[in-house]
Design a protein. Structure first.
Length: 461
């Protein structure tokens, strides 16, 4: 207990060791909100977690906290937040109506579905910490994989019980379609969105609830559904909080989709133990943190789409272990550093997308010329430099090559120009900075020339 402001005084009078803290978690205590968290305290702690009702300029309350409607709110039409939650579009038309009582607030301020409400701590969930590692074989240049582990601390529930909890926690009574859900006289295999598959006398499940009006936090009980092969929660904008670490228990999972949800926090390390996973779609969220070296453990993964998040750090060299990867699509982030040469080990890769990371640097590794299956390479809007490697001219399947808005220089290699479709090759589109420091050797080589402000199509006449 105590005042949060007292921590500021303590840190200011502490040793240098104390003032270089990386992370501090003060949640679920009895701290008084007097003084709130100061900016000076934020400046000496890289990651700070406090209770959601405390004012904190450097805490990501939006990603880590749960929203709670203001209790007792009723607008001038007599409607409560439940009415707005049932039809969020009502917020646009009536959200500026004030309370009929003396609360002096509108629905847009009081109701979660209208982007109002108050922040509260999420219900404490099991925090796994140990799980047997499945370490893929690696080239000598790779670092050894850290152990990923989970530690179950609660009884396992049945599939039907787990589905019931999912229905409750994700507001199933408001779904667009919940046919047969919780109907005791109907097998869960016939509930909407649930598909049961029998393989080798074992029952597996696909749970497909895309675009179905789900809202709330994904419950940790999802980890009890160890027979899941597919989990599709895409296009449910009101799924919030974070990805539960218990997802690491789903050893049979092949498809994981949470596109266009509202998930925050980091991707749990436990997810990277899913060695059966083939598809990971997670774009248009608020995911933060880095792509860890454990990414290399996803040796079955074919499709990785994580664009439009808040990822930072570098592309780990262990990406070269993902031998089945076909599409690596991680643009529109804050990824920095260089393209690892180990990327050239991905013999199945046909799509490499790293555009609009803005701060990636270095040259294009010549090893990318080994990607014989590559059809699309998009590296635009970064700070790559040096010359364009002639080795890319060996990519006979390449149809799109976008290198514009970088810092490349020199002549475009003849080997790349020879790939153009007008020359009998497969390359249909080649965009580069040929208005600045890059020179196209012939008018039929580059299809679009760019500078810092615009791009113009190249005429062949």
């Amino acid at each position: 207990s105590g005042k949060i402001s007292e921590l500021d005084d303590l840190m200011n009078n502490s040793s240098p060791r104390a003032t270089s803290l990386v992370q501090m978690d003060l949640r679920y205590n009895l701290l008084d909100n007097v003084g709130a968290v100061s900016t000076s305290l934020c400046s000496v702690i890289e990651v700070l977690y406090v209770d959601c009702d405390l004012e904190c300029p450097c805490c990501d309350h939006q990603a880590l906290c749960e929203c709670e409607n203001v209790e007792g709110f009723v607008d001038l039409n007599g409607e409560s937040c439940d009415w707005y939650d049932a039809t969020p579009s009502n917020c646009l038309e009536y959200g500026d109506l004030y309370s009929s009582s003396n609360m002096n607030m509108t629905a847009n301020e009081a109701c979660c579905s209208c982007n109002g409400g108050t922040q509260r701590n999420p219900s404490p969930s099991v925090k796994p910490s140990s799980f047997p590692s499945q370490q893929p074989s690696a080239e000598p240049s790779f670092s050894s994989m850290p152990t990923i582990s989970l530690q179950p601390t609660r009884p396992i529930v049945s599939t039907e019980e787990a589905l019931g909890i999912i229905f409750k926690d994700l507001r199933g009574d408001r779904w667009k379609n919940y046919t047969n859900w919780l109907n005791a006289s109907v097998s869960y295999c016939h509930w909407y969105g649930v598909e049961c598959i029998l393989e080798n006398n074992e029952e597996y499940l696909w749970l497909d609830l895309k675009d179905n009006g789900l809202a709330g936090s994904i419950p940790s009980v999802i980890g009890d559904m160890t027979n899941l092969k597919g989990l599709a929660l895409d296009f449910n904008l009101n799924i919030m909080s974070s990805i539960p670490s218990e997802i690491g228990y789903l050893k049979h999972l092949e498809y994981l989709g949470f596109r266009q949800n509202n998930l925050g926090s980091t991707i749990p390390t436990e997810l990277f133990s899913l060695t059966s996973l083939k598809t990971l779609f997670g774009y248009w969220n608020k995911l933060s943190g880095t792509l860890p070296s454990e990414l290399g453990q996803l040796t079955s993964l074919e499709y990785l789409w994580l664009h439009y998040n808040r990822l930072t750090g570098t592309v780990p060299t262990e990406v070269g272990l993902m031998k089945n990867l076909k599409e690596f699509h991680v643009p529109y982030q804050q990824i920095s550093g260089t393209i690892p040469s180990e990327m050239g080990m991905l013999s199945s890769l046909n799509w490499l997308g790293l555009m609009y990371n803005l701060v990636m640097t270095g040259s294009i590794p010549s090893e990318l010329g080994i990607l014989k299956s590559a059809e699309v390479i998009v590296l635009a809007y970064n700070q790559f430099s040096g010359t364009i490697p002639s080795e890319l001219g060996s990519l006979n399947e390449l149809s799109w090559l976008f290198l514009h808005n970088n810092d490349f220089s020199g002549d475009v290699p003849d080997e790349i120009c020879a790939l153009r479709d007008v020359n009998g090759g497969a390359l249909e589109e080649f965009w580069t900075d040929c208005f600045t420091d890059v020179t196209c050797s012939s008018p039929d080589c580059c299809t679009l020339c760019c500078d810092d402000f615009s791009c113009v199509a190249v005429s062949l006449t």
